[in-house]
Design a protein around this ligand. Structure first.
Ligand SMILES: C[S@@+](CC[C@H](N)C(=O)[O-])C[C@H]1O[C@@H](n2cnc3c(N)ncnc32)[C@H](O)[C@@H]1O
Length: 216
């Protein structure tokens, strides 16, 4: 009984965002997650330079492009091809694995000597369903995103990082606490309740220091 009721809720939840995205020409329901986080935490500003890691098919890119405006730039990176945005002049994309040095070199080239105001990562591994493996894989991605932040994020910049609740989460939290003045943890409304995904948002990046910050 409970299982069926849960399924119904899940379907309703899924359909609402799916239909809304379809109606508005939005590439993925993930759009509503970043919109929710931005409305709550004021992540983006007009003119920002943003790196979007794990950007395909491009829902976050659509939202970020809108809020940073034409003076801003968002660089979308994904191992998969991101279909071109023919009508958005502030989006550039890179097809590449974030674990490859060549991809980091491409990001550097697109930044043209500048640093990013915000780095967002919705990157997630292919889910195997084996808890230990999936936790380990997302933790490896999270560490790599942190490495990218150390290279390309501005002092006082913001990092939005998807991780999974559970096993490795405390390590992710500690990793961020060393490099950001404070951290928020948030599960957007559009995130499926039964999914373990959760977002860590680090504010005020401290490039050189190693400290312990506040989490709320
Ligand atoms: C949940 S999807 C992102 C959805 C996206 N935020 C949107 O709004 O459409 C996760 C993405 O992470 C990407 N990804 C996973 N591992 C990656 C890696 N090592 N390098 C680059 N992209 C990766 C996947 O290819 C996938 O497209």
């Amino acid at each position: 009984m409970y299982y069926i009721a849960g399924m119904k809720n899940w379907r309703r939840e899924r359909n609402h965002y799916y239909l809304e995205a379809k109606k508005r020409g939005i590439r993925s329901r993930a759009y509503f997650k970043i919109e929710d986080m931005d409305k709550r935490f004021n992540i983006f500003a007009p003119g920002d330079i943003v790196i979007d890691i794990g950007a395909a098919p491009g829902g976050w890119l659509q939202y970020i492009s809108k809020v940073i405006g034409l003076d801003g730039l968002v660089i979308g990176v994904d191992i998969k091809e991101i279909e071109e945005f023919t009508d958005k002049y502030n989006i550039v994309t890179i097809k590449g694995d974030i674990f490859s040095e060549e991809t980091l070199k491409k990001i550097k080239d697109k930044l043209m000597g500048r640093k990013a105001d915000v780095i967002v990562s919705d990157a997630s591994p292919n889910i195997t369903g084996v808890y230990e493996i999936d936790s380990m894989k997302i933790y490896e991605i999270n560490k790599r995103v942190m490495h990218i932040a150390k290279k390309f994020l501005k002092r006082n910049g913001i990092l939005v990082l998807k991780t999974f609740q559970g096993r490795e989460e405390q390590r992710v939290r500690r990793m961020l606490m060393k490099k950001f003045k404070f951290i928020k943890i948030y599960k957007p409304k559009a995130s499926r309740k039964r999914s373990s995904e959760i977002y860590y948002i680090g504010f005020y990046f401290l490039p050189k220091s190693s400290r312990t910050s506040k989490t709320t």
